[in-house]
Design a protein around this ligand. Structure first.
Ligand code: SF4
Length: 406
């Protein structure tokens, strides 16, 4: 019988493959040997962004890594030969409170393999969150993974106590799900997402009427695994656009498939380049905050795959040179947002500053970090790019060197 610490080691490790709370890894450092201060070896602690944009530390664990399903890409599948463990509801509650009181964490991300039945498992997850909120008055952040096959009443109970819910669609195409996760049902996943969307919207409306209306999770998110099947980037983005549009998801997380211990023979042996995951996040950002449609992003892609050499906005601009240069003193917000090197914040500041004076190149360079990339695409009070936009070697001139994940 494992101790709580041994279970924590197993169940925190098993949770690390789930990206749907946007955890970030850290290099392992222990102060014991070096006599330095601090350690990053705390098991199960990861970082995520709260709905208001703050970076928070979470205890990220599974209730159990036993699972009766056999999803090929998952280390916890029933046929996987890994060490298993299971927390009781009380153990998770005590661990969360203990870590919280020591200021190690600001919240909990709790998921689970499916044991006995979807309802039984979901109820265990809900009981953890209800106990924390109601018995212990826990005010920290709670993200619960929900099980699509569970009774909608259980999902409603989960939403009443969690800040964020997530249901993983896992794979971008139904054929891939049928091949790699045959026990998962895309129809039931969509139905559960639709039900949660409805509850979130109802709760928002009710809160407008009265501050005392019952609360419900402020959003739902999902994860798609990239590179476990042959789906190309544009199909992945199309699927994400559909999820954002139909289910109003707060986030779609893209997780580059990584070969797992005791991997199934139907999976690829190699993980896709991390840059692919990074480009998908950039394209996702373009869809959500920059007004790009998937079809527009597609014009900068080759064979359905995003260009790994340059970011998708620059790839689009290079393909649409007829749209440039744009005058930063006159162009509308949505036009400025398409300039490579300009972010939403810098565009907002430019729009505000130009009400009082004409912006010069130096002003723009103070407001945006990517001025070198932007220069051939803009006109300012004292700058004209001339024929730079038509140069054959423009891509080489403006492509950032030594980009992260290259
Ligand atoms: S249901 Fe979830 S935990 Fe179980 S095998 Fe599939 S992905 Fe893994």
């Amino acid at each position: 019988m494992e101790t709580v610490l041994e279970k924590l080691a197993i169940l925190a490790d098993a949770a690390k493959y789930d990206a749907s709370c946007a955890s970030s890894g850290a290099e392992k450092r222990n102060s014991m040997a070096s006599k330095a201060i601090g350690s990053t070896e705390g098991m199960g602690i990861c970082h995520a962004y709260a709905p208001d944009g703050r970076c928070i530390s979470l205890l990220k664990i599974l209730l159990t890594n036993y699972c009766q399903f056999d999803c090929h890409y998952c280390v916890n599948r029933v046929s996987s030969n890994v060490r298993r463990a299971r927390f009781s509801v009380k153990e998770v509650v005590d661990l969360t409170l203990g870590f919280y009181q020591r200021n190690y964490i600001e919240g909990l991300f709790l998921s689970s393999g499916i044991i006995r039945s979807p309802d039984y498992t979901m109820e265990q997850l809900v009981r953890v969150a209800e106990s924390l909120r109601r018995e212990h008055k826990f005010a920290g952040y709670i993200h619960l993974k929900t099980i699509p096959d569970a009774d909608p009443l259980l999902l409603a109970r989960a939403g009443a106590v969690a800040d964020r819910l997530s249901i993983n669609v896992e794979l971008p195409r139904e054929e891939s799900l049928a091949r790699l996760a045959p026990q998962k049902n895309p129809e039931r996943i969509r139905r559960a997402m639709g039900g949660i969307r409805l509850k979130i919207e109802e709760a928002k409306e009710a809160r407008k009427e009265s501050r005392h209306a019952p609360r419900f999770s402020t959003g739902q998110s999902t994860q798609m695994i990239i590179g476990a099947d042959s789906t190309d980037d544009l199909a992945i983005l199309g699927s994400a656009a559909n999820l954002y549009g139909n289910y109003k998801l707060s986030r779609v997380y893209y997780s580059a498939f990584s070969p797992i211990p005791d991997a199934s023979a139907v999976l690829p042996l190699m993980r896709p380049p991390l840059m692919r995951e990074h480009r998908l996040y950039q394209a996702d950002w373009l869809m959500r905050f920059y007004g790009f449609a998937v079809e527009e992003i597609a014009t900068g892609a080759v064979g359905g795959m995003l260009d790994l050499g340059v970011d998708p906005k620059l790839a689009w601009a290079l393909q649409h040179r007829e749209c440039f240069p744009v005058d930063v003193n006159r162009a509308a917000r949505e036009v400025l947002l398409r300039v490579p090197g300009f972010g939403t914040k810098s565009v907002k500041q430019m729009l505000s500053s130009r009400r009082w004076r004409s912006l010069r190149l130096e002003d723009v360079s103070r407001l945006c970090r990517g001025i070198k990339t932007a220069m051939p695409f803009i006109v300012t009070a004292d700058w004209q790019p001339g024929a730079a936009i038509d140069r054959l070697d423009l891509r080489e001139k403006v492509a950032p060197q030594g980009e992260l994940f290259a």
